[in-house]
Structure formats: structure tokens, C-alpha cells
Design a protein around this ligand. Sequence first.
Ligand SMILES: Cc1cc2nc3c(=O)[nH]c(=O)nc-3n(C[C@H](O)[C@H](O)[C@H](O)COP(=O)(O)O)c2cc1C
Length: 456
Amino acid sequence: MRIVVLNGSPKGDDSVTLQTVRYVSKQQEGHDWHYLNVAHRIAVLERDEQRWAEVIDEVRGADLVIWSCPVYYMLVCSQYKRFIELIGERGAADAFAGKAAAVVTTSIHFYDHTAHAYLRGIIDDLGMRYLGGLSADMDDLPTPAGQAAARRFGLDVLTAATEGRPAARQTAPLPGTVAAYAPGAPATRVDARGRRVLIVTDHHDANEPLAGMVRRMAEAWGDQAEVVNLNDLRISAGCQGCCHCAYDNQCVFEGKDDYIAFHREKLQRADIIVLAARIVDRNLSSRWRQFFDRSFFLNHAPHLIGRQFAVLLSGPAAHLPGLREQLEAWVQLQQANLVDIVSDENDGLDGLLDSVAQRLAQAAADSWVQPKTFLGVAAHKLFRDEVFGRLRWVFQADHRAYRRLGYYDFPQRDWKTRALNAVMMLLTRSARVRTEIQNRMRAEMVKGHQRAVEQG
Ligand SMILES: Cc1cc2nc3c(=O)[nH]c(=O)nc-3n(C[C@H](O)[C@H](O)[C@H](O)COP(=O)(O)O)c2cc1C
């Protein structure tokens, strides 16, 4: 069987993920394996149509395509995203149609499920047959359990591909483009009360619905808002995954393009931030993905604490719950507030956008940050444990930030609860006490809340 591995790591041959695939290939001999560094070589593939055609020819000749990549900001890296976009832009989907497909990622399991869901959707859209996915921890492969999981995955996928096992589509096809939007009557003016308002967009031309949404939003703030188009910034490349930034937040691209200066001087200084983004295939455009990936120079520490956010989307947002989840999680990780996500699928956009502007201003005036959901709470605990544990000696800037922010809120430090637990564990050895507690459980659980209601 001819197997083509589409390596989606910016690190090319040094990819950690790729080693898992190579390990599988050693277990599954007698097949013809081809490795293509499509993320690492994205600039060449974009520039040189001949090189691009070579990649597509390889795919055309494959029996099985393995999508192998790291998880970057809950998705794939911007370079791999661009590769996927080019398949659509250059009409190459037919080379993928009908082929067997599998996905391998490595990560620290932070939103690996949204990256897998994305790739599964892309595989469905390309008409491929999804045969399985492996989400390995980045440190799994050197361990016996990690190797066993890789072997099992390899055996399963290769058997399925050999037997021509059928595969179910998991995602619904996306609807086509939405109606045009041009702002109508003048927007209701909003007073930012001296706060800085920044609108960041990636629209390409003034007639796009997104451009209209940006105009409407900007008009609501009058001259209080600044609009920055990511396409006007000089961003030389996506994050390289080198982790050079881990000790002191110094990026290798510092001074070499506009990104870091934009981040420090505009984004971090803004109080109210509107992200206006095009959806391309099943997520934000690769330009926006680059924006997120490159923010990795600040590692896992929040850098936009307390800011007010709104997201304006152009594209089939209502069909992409995973994208919404990613945006909500990202804002919650920033310890910031997400006022709303509005897409151009809606009627009555003028009023919706005006209302978003008003709510942003009000939330900023109140310094309001909504309580986190599972998305942010779980993320906090995962990063807390990772930075305290195995990541600490590398991500020293994170460790300093986490200490400063009081992020190491482990339950072991909660002495009051520990003492209560010890006493109650002892007391509940008695059957009489246990029965008494069981009888009073409901009343005791709600007592404090009822008191709050009475006093409120
Ligand atoms: C810019 C960047 C973003 C990352 N984002 C995530 C993430 O969202 N979730 C996660 O679990 N790991 C994340 N990671 C960790 C990588 O997924 C992990 O190190 C992976 O093993 C790298 O694989 P590779 O060597 O094949 O590129 C990120 C790493 C970088 C550099």
C-alpha cells in the first residue's frame, strides 16, 4: 500500500508527531511510505506551483493519507491551515476524494479534541474515508504505553485501509456563502469614555460582508476606534515551534516583522478589542491562525487580562460549534470578557452590531468579566499542572507569571478544606453520623444559598 504522510509541523523532519508515524511505519513493514513536509515548506508550495503539483500528485497516487501534525492553539498550525486552504483555492480536492485517511497529533491535550474535530471535518469535506485518529501526548512515544497505543492505532488503520473498511461522515456539509452586507442607517454612537478600542480584521476587499461589519462597528465608536487589518501587517511567517521564547518571552522574529510590535503597542494597550475574522473552510483564516500562533511568544500566561472582547465572523459560524468553543476558551484563558460573537449569517446586522458596541462599552465601564465555564476552568487547571510540572524548566517565563498571578492554587494548599475533610472523614466512620448527614444533605447544601437570597 502506498501511504502519504502530510507532515503538518513547522519543524519538518524534527517534528515530534512525525516520530509517532515513523514508529508506526516500522511496525507496519511492506508498505511504501512517503513523507511530505507541507507545513515546513508552505512558503515554497504557495510560491511555486510546480512543487505544489508534485505534492498533489503524491496524494493522487496514495492509498492512505495520514494527516500528522501538532496541535497549535486548539487547531493545526497556521502553515498547515494554509496548506488546507490551498487545496480549496487551487481546486485540488479531487486528488483526495475517496482516499482512506487517518489523523495523528501530539500535544499536551489542551483542546486536542477541537483540532481533531477540525481535521475530521476537512477529511469529510474532501470526500475522504476517515479510518481513525490518534491524539498522543507529546511525551508518549518514548513510553511503553505510548508505543502500544501507536502500534494499536497503526494496526487498526492499516488493516482498515487494506480491507477498504467503509467510513461514516461525521460532520454535515457547510452551506454556501451568505448574503452580502452593507451597513444601513448611521450607527448608534457609543462613548468609549477614554478607553482604547481596537478592531482587528482580515478582510481583503471593501465589498466583503466582513468589511461592512468592520465599518459599522468602527462607525459606532466614531474616532475612538482604531482598525488594523492583519493583511497590512508585515508578518513574515507563522510560529516555528522553536520555543526560543520560553525563558523570557523573546521571539526569534522580534524586530524582523511587525507582529511583536503590533502585539505590544496596539493589542496589549487596547481595552476593548473586536476580532473580525473570515471563516475559511472550517475555522478562521490562516492569517488569523498566524495571529494566534505567533502570540505563543507569551507562552501560556494571559496577556489581555480584563479586556472586553467581541468577535465578528463572516461565514458559516452557526455550523461550527467547535470554533465558538475555541474563541470562548481563548478569551477565558486571557481572564477577559467575551461580550458576544456575531456572524454575518444573521439578519438585522446593523442593530446587532450597534448592540454589541453598546454592551462592550457598558462591560468596560463595569470592568465586568463573566465567570468562567468548564472551557476556562479546565484549561486553567491543565496549564497550572503542566507549568508547575514538566514544562517549568523550559517555560520559565510562564512559571514566573503563574507565581505572580497566584495561579498555583492547588487543592493541597487549601488548608481549611483539608482540615474539614480530615474531621469529617473521621466522624463519618460512625454509621449514626453518616445517616444524620444523609438525612440533612439537601437542606445543608442549599442553606448558604437560601441565606444569600434572604439577605439579597
Ligand atoms: C505555537 C504553539 C501552540 C501550541 N498550542 C497547543 C495547544 O493548543 N494544545 C496543546 O495541547 N499543545 C499545544 N502546543 C504544543 C504542541 O502541540 C506540542 O509540543 C507538539 O508535540 C509539537 O509537535 P511537533 O514537534 O510535531 O511540531 C503548542 C505549541 C506551540 C509551539
